[in-house]
Design a protein around this ligand. Sequence first.
Ligand code: 8DG
Ligand code: MN
Ligand code: MN
Length: 391
Amino acid sequence: LTPSPVIPKSSAKSYACQRRTPLKHHNLLLTEALELLSENAELGENEGRSVAFRRAAAILKTLPQAVQRMEDLQGLPCLGDHSLRVIKEMLEYGSSQEVESTRHSEQYQALKALTGIFGVGVKTAERWFRGGLRCPSDVAKSEERLNSAQQAGVLYHEDLSQRVSRAEADAIGQIVERAVQEVLPGAQITLTGGFRRGKETGHDVDFLITHPEEGKEEGLMPKVIQWLETQGVLLYQKTTRNSYLESKDGPSRPPHNMDRFERCFSIFKLDRSTGEGGPLAQAPGGEVGGCEGRAPGSELEPQHCSTGWKAVRVDLVVSPYSQFGFALLGWTGSKLFERELRRWAGKEKNMSLSSHALYDNSQRRYLRASTEEEIFSHLGLEYIPPCDRNA
Ligand code: 8DG
Ligand code: MN
Ligand code: MN
């Protein structure tokens, strides 16, 4: 009899924000299966079920070795009957019928493909699915009215469906840095999202911008966008005020200066010679490979010519310095880790955590913090570094 893997003390904790979840782990087959079921539930708008599968996958990522027998799972939280059933089947037969039939179902594949288009959410994807659409090219050929995000999503779909490399993220970082220094010297930019957690690739690149002098950051986003636009870097952008008031997870009392918080969902035009190292020969007086036909607003045909540049999704967020720690914590992810932090704050501490502030409902006051470490400490949690927030 082989001994059961020793379950680390932290794996017995039920909130993901109490545990260290590294990027690389030993149970990829199981977590991929459970995450597929989670994703399918999300596409079917069954949030409770989706979160349950995601939590089950997350606990397996904390284990020091591969699960081989059901006994190896003893003492672990977050594993419901359904997840246990799937794991058991996979351990016995190498695969799960439910997972495989979901993976191959037309509905799962179509909804995944349609929500994979930038600007398309579950509701729209479902409506299109009922109308017979199955993939991005169906949408491009259809008569559906698309908003401007969806138009960009269809137009640049080929590029946007490719992963963004770390080198490309760094190249975009340099462009953003340049833009920010041009319009507000002394402003600071930080790479957040998956890349900050140590991922090698991402579906987009996320940045947080602030300035050490409180108030200087006001009005920064429009200026940065304008500068980027004059440089011809932006294929698409939509700047919004924070959606903080509408957010059901937000704190019960918004801070006074929340209206300064801004974000921008954008698509950058990244020169391939910068993103991949090794400069390409520049064709005289124009783009490499002659991709002029790709201007946004041209005919809505998915574009395949992408020799000279690549469309990359970029998220920019501007935060006042006083909220920087909260914004950094909130935009580093993972999504499940964020969700668990807010659940911990509310359920265990009677506090409300957002990307702006931490409110103590018992003391009826905001708890100040300038670093992530201080926020974990306010929450009574051991500090978890970004590389271990990959829940
Ligand atoms: P990926 O891009 O590599 O696929 O992964 P990621 O970087 O972890 O995912 P992301 O979708 O880019 O999200 C990064 C973080 O940003 C995520 O932890 C949650 C956070 N985030 C959103 N939308 C919002 C929002 O509307 N408000 C706040 N406060 N945070 C958000 O994605
Ligand atoms: Mn990201
Ligand atoms: Mn993002």
